[in-house]
Design a binder for this molecule. Structure first.
Ligand code: BGC
Length: 758
């Protein structure tokens, strides 16, 4: 074990400051850090949070010099938003660092009088943060009023003002397209206005879970020297932001979404927010795909944007095709004055052809190591042609049209691949459409299952039933307090057969348990690093903590797409881009697995809005479904082979995802070869099967191939499990559930438990 003092170093002092008011003594906090975080975690979490920061603009005011006095405004310098709310946040970290802690840590000269004023204002119970409650967490906080006199006094001693603007987000609610949600509040405007009147340099730090409106950048442009998106950066956020502001870390994060000039410029704005039925009318043209193709002038910043304190030059070294993989070699040189890393995004321009396509899409990406001034590195990016192919509903296949595919990074041509003829692959049946004869499709699958022998054949019906559902509620006694539930060996009978329970815990920001665990930067921040190796290493450490806590499955990564900047869970998701999302998710799965923990990618599929997530019917054409919303899962299943997948709450084209035969059996298992266990999101909507009216609820779900109902009861039950007749009541009846179908689900659960974890 690394000695506590060495491990936490200055972080421990930051802890004391953040916990001011609690009785924790420095040594006990240090001991908590040592006991509850994986060795090396504070440093890696700090690096990830810093490298995920995206510098949007900078007139050379950044990096700051530790000798130059600064004044810091905005209560979020203290009440930093470290994470979002709900299952993708709510981690109990051993410590938190806010911006003031970070400034202390880097030895910054900041206005202590002003900081003290903010400290006492924030500490006043009248201004205490409203903690809110499930689905109703406040996204913004009221600001302390800054008088002109105060701003003038602060400006007398400092040339640069830092202003922190914060926004959280959370599950079961979206950001409102209103002040305090997507837009700034009048308090925040007033703060920016006052500060900009007195300081010649204003640097705005955005401590946000989602992208918010940036039109105020135009209003304050003359004084606005720099804007840095710091995201919800987890427990090391304050230190990480200070690292970037003071140039200890060269900014190397890049946007994972395009930022629109105006919210309504996003095509999804036409339908986002509808809670019963939502047509994805924009089809494949979300975010950057839309802006680059149809409306480049409506984009404030493109996907991939992010400035650096140094500069890089690129020399293409060649492009080779190996079957469907394109190897793009590029020689990157740090031509600027500072050491730093560079993220390289390779875009592909496909030939025009007969299929309408986005002008350009992300094809591959990579990251250099830390390059000293003058130093170079050869980077190889691998673009998979499969992942940029179009789905042609007429040919019922993925198609690469003939012609030239141009691969570019930073406007430089990296390579060109020419196809003489169209290439069509994966000839596929129609899915998730009312035109499909689902009854016939399902019946032929049920027939195929008949007579097959499995490990589950020897089990009794009650045992089989128990294997197809969780223990009943969250926080089961078999796991650590705060767990999300268990499945597998959840009855004494199953345990007597040597089948252990599988303990699950949320989630994407680190283990959400009662005990202390590391709080990570949010998924958008992690993706903004464009560094899969870093994310894999970070999740290996998370896996270590999760395993130590006695948890088998982490309910992460979140893999839905940022279809709209308003989705309340965007912070849990990586990007609007399916390729980036697929690779980031694979890194999470692999990192956890290296520590013997299983990931559970979620929510399959189209959970791109929180409001009405249990009622919403997402109407999406097959091309869009396959090219955008299923593609990240396909990449992850192919590359990282997760052993679990969680369905989503919403309907896809009229069918709840947890009853989605096509999603789960036709696509996930049939087309992609997924052999693992599919679990529901927590609880499910009750329904009778339209194809087989004898079936309802659990039997309808099992027929779809959704193996386990989590956490076990159909609706919420305070304690334990309430037996539900819906699985077995139709057994033996015409069209009823068959033993073979139940055995197939149970066998997958058994295989999951019996297979070695790594
Ligand atoms: C969320 C899931 C989460 C589950 C268990 C649900 O409300 O949608 O993402 O894993 O709860 O907490």
């Amino acid at each position: 074990m690394i000695p506590a003092k060495k491990l936490v170093g200055r972080a421990a002092r930051a802890v004391i400051r953040t916990f001011t008011g609690s009785n924790l003594a420095q040594d006990s906090v240090a001991a908590e850090v040592e006991a509850n975080t994986a060795p090396g975690m504070p440093a890696l979490a700090r690096q990830a949070a810093a490298e995920g920061c995206v510098l949007l603009t900078n007139d050379a005011t950044l990096p700051l010099s530790p000798d130059a006095p600064i004044a810091v405004f905005g209560r979020r310098q203290i009440d930093w938003a470290h994470m979002g709310n709900g299952s993708g946040g709510d981690v109990n970290p051993p410590y938190l660092t806010n911006l003031l802690d970070g400034l202390e840590d880097v030895g910054a000269r900041y206005d202590h009088v002003l900081a003290e004023l903010y400290r006492s204002w924030c500490a006043d119970p009248k201004h205490a943060k409203d903690p809110g409650f499930w689905g109703h967490w406040p996204h913004c906080l009221p600001e302390m009023t800054i008088s002109h006199e105060l701003a003038r006094a602060a400006a007398a001693d400092a040339e640069v003002a830092l202003v922190v603007i914060g926004r959280t987000a959370g599950e079961d609610q979206d950001l409102a397209p209103e002040p305090g949600g997507y837009y700034l509040t009048s308090d925040e405007h007033e703060l920016l206005q006052t500060v900009s009147e007195h300081f010649s340099h204003m640097v705005v730090v955005l401590d946000v879970c989602n992208i918010i409106d940036l039109s105020w950048m135009d209003l304050y442009a003359p004084k606005l020297s720099a804007v840095l998106i710091a995201w919800a950066g987890g427990m090391e956020a304050g230190n990480a932001v200070a690292d970037v502001l003071y140039g200890r870390v060269n900014p190397c994060g890049r946007l994972t979404d395009a930022i629109a000039l105006d919210l309504v410029d996003h095509p999804s704005s036409a339908t986002f927010g509808q809670t019963k039925r939502q047509e994805y009318t924009e089809g494949i043209f979300i975010g950057h795909r839309h802006f680059s193709t149809f409306a480049p002038n409506e984009m404030r910043f493109p996907l991939g944007h992010g400035l650096s304190y140094t500069s890089f030059s690129y020399e293409p070294l060649g492009c080779e095709r190996h079957d469907m993989s394109i190897y793009l070699r590029i020689y990157v040189t740090n031509t600027g004055p500072r050491a730093g890393r560079d993220a390289i995004v390779a875009w592909c321009e496909a030939p025009r052809g007969l299929i309408q396509k986005p002008l350009t899409v992300v094809a591959a990406f990579g990251k250099t190591g830390e390059l000293q001034p003058g130093e170079s590195e050869e980077v190889t990016l691998i673009a998979e042609l499969r992942d940029i192919a179009s789905f042609d509903e007429t040919r019922r296949a993925f198609v690469l049209e003939r012609g030239a595919y141009l691969f570019r990074a930073s406007d430089m041509l990296l390579g060109k691949v020419a196809l003489d003829d169209d290439v069509a692959f994966e000839h596929l049946k129609p899915i998730c459409s009312e035109d499909v004869d689902l009854r016939a499709r399902i019946l032929s699958h049920v027939e195929r299952l008949e007579g097959s022998e499995s490990d589950a054949s020897a089990l009794s019906l009650p045992e089989l039933e128990a294997l197809t559902r969780g223990a009943g509620t969250m926080n089961v006694s078999a796991g650590p307090t705060g767990n999300a539930g268990a499945f597998g060996g959840i009855t004494p009978e199953l345990q007597a057969r040597g089948i252990p329970p599988v303990i699950c815990a949320d989630g994407p920001s680190g283990a959400r348990l009662a005990r202390r665990c590391s709080l990570l930067p949010c998924a958008t921040a992690l993706a903004s690093t464009w560094d899969v190796d870093l994310v894999r290493s970070l999740y290996a450490l998370v896996g270590h903590e999760v395993a130590e806590a006695g948890v088998d499955v982490l309910l992460a990564p979140g893999m839905n797409l940022h279809r709209s900047p308003l989705c309340g869970r965007n912070f849990e998701y990586f990007s609007e881009d399916p390729v980036l999302t697929g690779h980031m998710a694979s890194a999470v799965v692999e990192g956890l697995r290296s520590a013997g923990v299983d990931a559970c990618p979620k929510h399959f599929a189209c959970n791109n809005q929180e409001r009405g997530r249990n009622t919403l019917d997402v109407r999406v054409d097959e091309r869009t479904l396959r090219e955008l919303y299923l593609r990240p899962f396909q990449i992850c299943v192919r590359d990282a082979k997760p052993r679990l997948i969680m369905t989503s709450y919403n309907k896809v084209n009229g069918v709840w995802a947890h009853y989605g035969f096509d999603l789960v059996t036709t696509v996930l298992r049939g087309e992609w070869g997924f052999e693992g266990v599919v679990i529901t999101d927590w609880w499910m909507q009750r329904s009778r099967s339209p194809e087989f009216p004898t079936l309802r609820d659990n039997a309808y779900r099992v027929r779809a191939g959704v193996d386990v109902l989590m956490p076990g009861n159909i609706g919420r039950v305070a304690r334990g499990y309430r037996a539900h007749p819906s699985l077995l009541e139709s057994l033996g009846k015409p069209d009823g559930i068959t033993r073979a179908e139940i055995e197939a689900c149970a066998a997958r659960v058994l295989a999951f438990i019996m297979q070695p974890k790594r």
